[in-house]
Design a protein around this ligand. Sequence first.
Ligand SMILES: [Zn+2]
Length: 246
Amino acid sequence: MSARPLPQLPLFAAGERAGEIAVRASPRARRLTVRVYPGGRVEVTVPRGTRPVEVQGFVGRHRDWIDARVRELSTHPLPAHEPLPARVALQAVGREVAVRYVERRRPGRRRLAPDLVEIYGSAGDAAGARRWLRAWLADEAEAELGPWLGRLAAERGFRYERLQVRRQRTRWGSCSRAGTISLNVSLLFQPPAVVRYLMLHELGHTRHMNHSARYWRLVASHEPDFRALDRELTGGWRHVPGWVYG
Ligand SMILES: [Zn+2]
């Protein structure tokens, strides 16, 4: 066997689980390469003698690509006939919401209480009902994530220009050079600590538009547990119900 693992990287633990990164030194490798396997396992192959700091830099530069591939490959296809939900748990804000489907000519949604929403439409139009559930989810995300991000930024001394709430399949959030932070509506299905970490992650990009060592030091100064939370977020798609993207 010629492959010999490098010492473990400070930022990532090697392993077989989705989102974790295994490093393999190969005598045949001429340069660093990265592959993401179905299920989300990430493997970086490096020439022998590559120093951990080089691997870390390589992973940092390709981090967005790696994250996007992991999310793609760890998402399971939706069951074709998933029933409409009677309850939706918004774990991020500790709320469980009952959903009532009411037959009405004019389709739509109405939030009757923090724990009750009505979805209107013709009986049997499951696709329409899912569309209005998504509209309701977007309302909730705007109402909950906006003020939360604002409070966190103020408390931690960050500034951003604008918040956009979006329903993306491959990203939890992003931050543009102009200071617009985008957050995924599906964050509502994640544990609060994970959402807070993602917010700090994006706020950190208002200072460093990269994943450099300085950037990670900044994130660590606000959230020392960022590695575990980042891994949790990578696997977070499994908490998202099928109707959100179906
Ligand atoms: Zn980032």
